[in-house]
Design a protein around this ligand. Structure first.
Ligand SMILES: Nc1ncnc2c1ncn2[C@@H]1O[C@H](COP(=O)(O)OP(=O)(O)OP(=O)(O)O)[C@@H](O)[C@H]1O
Ligand SMILES: [Mg+2]
Length: 296
């Protein structure tokens, strides 16, 4: 990547009006069912991912991300919501440096993974992407067998002894709630599964890499309600072991699965906080307008 200039973190770049001043939203209180309340971040817990005044441009001129400062708590689900084109996917892809191959791109600011810059000289991208896994909107299994889709990462990255790979494959397929559906046809192509099964296969493949952080970009947008429910249940279980960041356009889904919600608009982080708080008493009127469906 080609940093523009070194720009120290700019605390306070995110508007943070007082939540106490925001009006309650009775409508949302009755239509949404946020998960059990609890503190969004345990005091003193170091963030898994920390963006510091992170700015990004695809062409080196047009700003797409305009100074994102956001801490992502470990072993929690953070939902990123916001209107189409506001930079959600760009931010997600930045966390495992997927823009590195775009020639004109430029960035400034910082993204830390457990306190270490992902842009530090000598950062091993294979290792970064092993630690920060990604699941995309459209399932994209490798043109390989179901087994090999999941075995590929742990084998390539030598995460376990070769003899243990079959156990890893089974564990990941079970974690992804797919094992029972595929255990008798592991040697068949992953591309032959249904869309919802393919998405769960891609989640199993990501888990095979034993990531620390799992980035999910609209993972349910191509799924039917049953497959969506399975993926949501899976996300809920996975957060015991993984830090999950999910981009979703589905407000009910964000309310159901996430602990923390971050609202982006036009390349900026407008508001972030405990999901229940953001959905019931948003501090910013743009957040309120978006979650009540008045724009976006
Ligand atoms: N590869 C790319 N090259 C150039 N511009 C891009 C590229 N990808 C995205 N953009 C632009 O960056 C901006 C943010 O796009 P991004 O995909 O991050 O939005 P998003 O919030 O994920 O939107 P959506 O909800 O529609 O997926 C948009 O203006 C988009 O056109
Ligand atoms: Mg997107």
């Amino acid at each position: 990547m080609s940093p523009m200039t070194t720009n120290p973190a700019r605390p306070g770049s995110v508007p943070a009006p007082s939540p106490a001043a925001a009006p309650a939203l009775p409508l949302l209180r009755t239509t949404l069912t946020p998960r059990a309340a609890g503190p969004a971040t345990a005091p003193g817990t170091a963030p898994a991912v920390s963006a510091r005044d992170f700015r990004f441009s695809y062409d080196g001129r047009t700003p797409t991300l305009k100074g994102i400062t956001l801490d992502i708590a470990p072993r929690m689900v953070t939902a990123i919501i916001g209107p189409s084109g506001c930079g959600k996917s760009t931010f997600l892809r930045s966390i495992n440096r997927m823009h590195d191959l775009i020639p004109a791109h430029r960035y400034e600011g910082e993204i830390l993974l457990h306190g270490t810059s992902i842009f530090a000289p000598g950062t091993d991208l294979v290792s970064l992407r092993q630690r920060v896994g990604m699941v995309f909107q459209r399932p994209n299994p490798f043109p390989k067998s179901i087994y090999d889709n999941v075995a590929y990462g742990p084998t390539l990255n030598r995460l376990v002894p070769r003899r243990d790979v079959p156990d890893v494959v089974e564990r990941c397929l079970r974690q992804a709630a797919l094992w029972d559906e595929v255990k008798d046809r592991l040697d068949e192509p992953g591309t032959g599964l249904s869309g919802g099964q393919q998405q769960r296969l891609c989640i199993a493949r990501a888990l095979g890499n034993q990531p620390d952080v799992l980035l999910m970009d609209e993972p349910c947008s191509a799924l039917d309600p049953i497959a969506t429910q399975k993926v949501e249940e899976l996300i809920f279980e996975l957060k015991a072991a993984y830090t999950i960041v999910i981009v979703t356009h589905n407000m009910q889904q964000a309310a159901r699965v996430s602990d923390v919600t971050a609202f982006f608009d036009r390349g900026e982080l407008i508001e972030t906080g405990d999901t229940e708080r953001v959905f019931t008493t948003p501090a910013n009127e743009r957040t309120e307008a978006y979650i009540t469906g008045r724009f976006g």
